[in-house]
Design a protein around this ligand. Structure first.
Ligand SMILES: C[S@@+](CC[C@H](N)C(=O)[O-])C[C@H]1O[C@@H](n2cnc3c(N)ncnc32)[C@H](O)[C@@H]1O
Ligand code: SF4
Length: 386
């Protein structure tokens, strides 16, 4: 086993989970519940989130928070007033940097102009819009509550308010999708000139409607053509790919997600939220998970924490590389010992050497970098690091 070294504190961010949506999409395995026409317990939930943060804040003291991501679920179901109370409460409990990136996810079926402007007044600096597709039959197949005009309207609203940035989420590899369909979606997104684009390949997840009743998806060869042609199109349009599914204009990467992939620390508050915190004084990294279901989470007789454990040192090499090798930027070798607290053991050295020999990685004295081949066979590369 490798020798423990002193852990350094990586940058810290905060994830906040809002667990409700208008209705559940058939492909989605996120921790979200259809609203079923009910009025959401908005102010009650915000007050629980803040109590949850009061507890978590003890783990981080006055460490600076560099970014916040309010995800879900559909956070845009919450009023601007609720988001304002939430962010004001966050600022009272932790040391939020004044220029922190604060992202909120929004569903095009739940936005209107005054609300968008008020989110910005509340402190939101970046909005992530779940467009998924610009084709009506694809949106219907995905069970989305919005149509393509609502998607375009949401983008227009995002452009007209004082945001630092915004993102569009698109998916590909959709039921009955052709290469032309996928390129139509990408071209429609590019025309809107978003600073950031997340372009995910649809995956069929256990415990979803699509898993129990699988739709017919494009064959592997077509999926590969979509990926290659899409990458080319985005490159020509000036987007830089910096992670498997993330593309941005210059300087517009999502700081919050970058911190995850660089093996940074994050607090996670809200139903089912995960956190990862380095405790330098104990030379430990802990992972936290909050109570998943809203009923249990808001039960005053229970703790918000459902699981908190120290990451065993034998798990750290894989956890580090699994995140780090998703990024296309080179990985400084010093980050490995700084943020895992481990000297490189013989097994990890051997795994890296195999990946280098197979052309999945290249290295210099100070850095590793995933090659084009490594990107194509990322799962193989990651499996090698176990
Ligand atoms: C947490 S979801 C939330 C965004 C927001 N609730 C919405 O759907 O508009 C973030 C993104 O993950 C992507 N996503 C969700 N389920 C997926 C799946 N099974 N395969 C690929 N991408 C998925 C979608 O693009 C989605 O916008
Ligand atoms: S709106 Fe987003 S989070 Fe909600 S069910 Fe659909 S994909 Fe999942």
């Amino acid at each position: 086993m490798s020798q423990p070294l002193s852990l350094k504190l990586p940058p810290l961010s905060l994830y906040i989970h809002i667990p409700w949506c208008v209705q559940k999409c058939p492909y989605c395995d996120f921790n979200s519940h259809g609203q079923k026409g009910q009025v959401l317990p908005e102010s009650e939930y915000v007050s629980h989130l803040l109590d949850d943060l009061t507890e978590d804040a003890k783990l981080v003291g006055d460490r600076a928070i560099h970014s916040i991501f309010i995800g879900g679920g559909t956070p845009s179901l919450f009023s601007a007033q609720a988001i304002q109370t939430l962010l004001d409460g966050v600022k009272k409990r932790v040391n939020l940097l004044v220029d922190a990136e604060i992202t909120m996810e929004a569903n095009p079926g739940t936005v209107e102009s005054q609300r968008f402007a008020d989110y910005v007044k509340a402190g939101i600096t970046r909005i992530s819009i779940g467009v998924q597709s610009f084709q009506p039959e694809k949106l219907a197949a995905l069970g989305r509550i919005h149509d393509e005009n609502q998607a375009l309207n949401a983008v227009k609203l995002a452009k007209n308010i004082d945001l630092n940035s915004f993102n569009l989420d698109l998916m590909h590899g959709l039921p009955k999708q052709s290469l032309e369909d996928a390129m139509f979606d990408l071209n429609s997104a590019i025309t809107q000139q978003p600073p950031h684009l997340s372009w995910y390949q649809l995956t069929i997840e256990p415990n979803t409607q699509f898993h129990s009743k699988p739709p017919k998806l494009p064959e592997d060869e077509l999926l590969w053509d979509i990926q290659e042609r899409g990458d080319e199109l985005l490159k020509q349009a000036g987007f830089e790919q910096y992670e498997i599914s993330a593309y941005s204009q210059v300087g517009q990467q999502c700081q919050h997600n970058l911190n995850y992939w660089r093996f940074g620390d994050y607090l996670g508050i809200g139903c089912g939220a995960h956190g990862k915190i380095t405790l330098a004084n104990k030379n430990q990294i802990v992972r936290t998970v909050k109570v998943k279901h809203p009923k249990g989470y808001m039960d005053l007789t229970r703790s918000y924490m459902s699981d908190k454990k120290v990451v065993p040192s034998e798990d750290l090499p894989f956890e580090f590389f699994m995140n780090r090798f998703r990024l296309l930027e080179p990985c400084p070798k010093s980050d490995y010992s700084d943020f895992t607290g481990l000297a490189m053991d013989d097994g990890t050295k051997k795994n890296l050497q195999i990946a280098l020999n197979r052309g999945l990685l290249v290295e210099s004295a100070d850095e590793w970098r995933v090659t084009q081949l490594g990107r194509r066979y990322l799962n193989t590369l990651l499996e090698m690091m176990v």
